[in-house]
Write a protein of this length. Structure first.
Length: 264
């Protein structure tokens, strides 16, 4: 991915799926466009998700008493939001602005400020009297949008103990001479701490092999170099893609957040 980021003085910031991808982007920028660039320490694009659900409430001058339930759904899945008004009628624009405010608030998690994913939000508004809201001017929705956005952000921050990081799982392919396969398999098993998990050997012959496997992306940093050293440069990581996100173990999540804040 590519974009202008104000944090870096308006420079173009490139993002990729791994070191190989970023290395290719850097070389192309230099050779094809004469653009000088640098690669900072690679960071994994974690998401944040709920380990378990929680309930919260607040009072709004327009909507009365409001309750919200946040529950985990499939990790890495698209967030969902439902809104119920116990009495009265509301317009579709009104419901849409509340849902939009919720989704906007979920863009900033409480652990690292990353996107929150895999969360279901249900909001129930209980106005003290039959409530009617038909949009006449967009300005009428702004106070409600700010109120919902502020409440959800505060609720997430105050209940950050329910959240863990969700890590991207890399799907990768390694190819090389069969003589180096035992060392590569042994290294992979040590990498994921799950012997022979998620490995598929394709076209394993007397001379060459092709291995497809998965592992948390954070554990694949530096992996191309490791493959090169194990095989004396004869085996290579030929592809790396992001398959899905998976919630981290709480202890690993806490340690990752701590190391990230320390710049490790």
């Amino acid at each position: 991915s590519s974009g202008i980021n104000a944090e870096y003085g308006g420079t173009v910031v490139e993002g990729g799926t791994g070191e190989l991808h970023l290395s290719i982007l850097r070389d192309r920028l230099r050779s094809e466009h004469g653009v000088d660039c640098w690669v900072r320490k690679i960071r994994v694009n974690y998401q944040e998700t709920l380990e378990e659900g929680f309930e919260c409430s607040w009072n709004d001058g327009h909507l009365g008493d409001i309750q919200a339930w946040l529950k985990p759904i499939a990790a890495g899945g698209e967030n969902t939001c439902s809104v119920v008004v116990t009495q009265g009628k509301v317009s579709s624009e009104f419901l849409a602005i509340i849902k939009s405010s919720v989704h906007s608030a979920l863009c900033f998690g409480p652990l690292l400020g990353n996107v929150v994913s895999g969360v279901s939000v249900k909001i129930v508004c209980a106005p003290p009297a039959p409530f009617a809201f038909e949009i006449k001017r967009k300005a009428e929705l702004r106070p409600i949008k700010r109120s919902v956005d502020s409440f959800i952000k505060t609720a997430i921050r105050d209940n950050k103990g329910y959240f863990v990081l969700s890590e991207p799982i890399g799907q990768f392919t390694v190819e090389g001479p069969t003589t180096h396969l035992p060392d590569i398999l042994s290294d992979y098993n040590a990498l994921v701490s799950q012997p022979d998990a998620d490995i598929t050997l394709i076209g394993r012959g007397e001379r060459y092999f092709k291995m497809e496997a998965t592992a948390p992306l954070g554990r694949l940093l530096g992996y191309p170099s490791r493959i090169g050293k194990l095989s004396k440069g004869r085996a290579t990581l030929t592809s790396l893609d992001i398959g899905k996100y998976s919630p981290m173990d709480r202890a690993d999540s806490v340690m990752t957040v701590k190391n990230f804040k320390l710049g490790i």
